[in-house]
Design a protein around this ligand. Structure first.
Ligand code: C5P
Length: 305
């Protein structure tokens, strides 16, 4: 019993939002060239790895409904990829405790993949260096690398080329989850359609002003510089997002934006107290499934026990 307990590895992994998401042209490999500001928030999934024979996965927690616990799950794929890379058998019992909504634009699946990589790396004594883990992360998905990086980072390429952004103060946000999900590829395809038909808005352009405000920890300066090229595509597929954004605005958010490919919306606030007040007001308005005050710029996936 005590031996089993001592070899249980627990990893906590944050969700991400994109403060600025500039989407370039579609590349020949099916991905879009990005220039984005990733921001880790204190909404966490917890991944546990225990020694086992073979690979198994259990999912539970408040946001686990509908999540497959099989080889299609990114956490499972991460464990299998690490084992293949190390030339060992994938022998682990993984548990994912989900608090990050699924298909929400918060990179919850990527968080679980990053957590499984870190947990199995420790459990199996593989001891890959951070750069090697980042290479495996990139093979699993465009956002997995950032889940291992955390804090705030400027992303390029598919989103896997990261440059740290110095942030002197935390930023405070409200995350508003919707009832359903949106498929990331479908949202990108809708943007491509809008662009091909000349219906797309002008690209949001450079993140320089947003980065300067983040470095100063100044939410008021950041306010006019939130941007997301995917937002009109997400709204076209989920028109109710207009109401969600309007509700946040009417209840006093500094600014609001669709997170990543949506349908989660995030609202910038001036202080942690402002975030708690806005989250309470949004929750009471009945305009969303849940509204939660979060802090942005938190640390990456980490082994907690
Ligand atoms: O990398 P990931 O598996 O998370 O990407 C899911 C889908 O999102 C891709 O198959 C692609 O359709 C779209 N995507 C994209 N450009 C990116 C990242 C994702 O077109 N930079």
């Amino acid at each position: 019993m005590s031996e089993t307990l001592s070899t249980t590895i627990t990893v906590r992994v944050p969700a991400k939002i994109n403060i600025h998401l500039g989407v370039g042209p579609l590349r020949p490999d099916g991905f879009h060239e990005l220039r984005t500001v990733f921001h880790a928030i204190d909404l966490f999934d917890v991944i546990t790895a225990r020694p086992a024979e073979g690979l198994s996965l259990t999912v539970h927690g408040p946001e686990s409904a509908g999540l497959p616990a099989d080889a299609t799950n990114l956490a499972w794929r991460a464990a299998a990829l690490l084992a293949a890379h190390a030339g060992i058998e994938a022998a682990v019992d993984l548990t994912v405790d989900k608090s990050i909504p699924i298909a929400a634009g918060l990179a919850g699946g990527s968080a679980d993949a990053a957590g499984a990589l870190l947990a199995c790396n420790r459990l199996w004594g593989v001891n890959l260096r951070p750069g090697e883990l980042a290479d495996l992360a990139t093979q699993l998905g465009s956002d997995v690398t950032f889940a291992l990086h955390g804090r705030t980072a400027l992303g390029a390429g598919r989103g896997e080329q990261l440059q740290d952004v110095e942030q002197t103060q935390p930023l405070h946000w409200v995350v508003v989850a919707a009832d359903g999900g949106l498929s990331t590829p479908e949202v990108y395809r809708e943007l491509d359609r809008q662009r091909a038909e000349g219906r797309a808005l002008a690209p949001i352009g450079s993140p320089a002003a947003a980065l300067a405000a983040i470095r100063r920890g100044d939410p008021t300066a950041l306010r006019p510089h939130l941007g997301n090229d995917l937002e009109p595509a997400a709204i076209a597929l989920a028109p109710y997002l207009c109401n969600t954004l309007a509700a946040g605005h009417d209840l006093g958010a500094l600014a609001g934006i669709v997170s990543g490919s949506g349908p989660t919306c995030v609202f910038l606030t001036s202080t942690s107290e402002h975030a708690v007040r806005l989250a309470d007001a949004l929750q009471a308005s009945g305009s969303c499934r849940f509204a939660r005050a979060v802090c942005g710029g938190v640390a990456a996936a980490e082994v907690t026990s």
